[in-house]
Design a protein around this ligand. Sequence first.
Ligand code: CO
Length: 134
Amino acid sequence: MRLVNIDHVAIAVHDLDAALTDYERLYHVVPEYREVVEEQGVEEAMLPVGASNVQLLQPLGPDTPVGRFLAEHGEGLHHIAFAVPSIDEALRHLAHEGAELIDRRPRIGGGGHLIAFVHPRALAGTLIELVELQ
Ligand code: CO
């Protein structure tokens, strides 16, 4: 297991347009891309910050994972994404260590990258996303 970088820190928001306006006004950062990821029930925007990114997530509806997160916790930190050289290798290691995996196999996430999620119960209440960078 080797973590290359924090690929992004993801924040759940009610209103993506409003959040983007605030990020630009307060921190002068603008999104590199913005897209709807139907499989995850979100519209997301990726804001480059140095070698990493802030990812803003707006749910497509209340009955989605991020919609339920917002109802329970309100806006704020949703997950941290670690870049890894190989998701398969990382998942094998985590399974071997007994970590509770949400995805046993990688799937395609935002930006077309291979991703997998690890349950917050595996690590101090923090949802972790693994991102494989080519
Ligand atoms: Co993410």
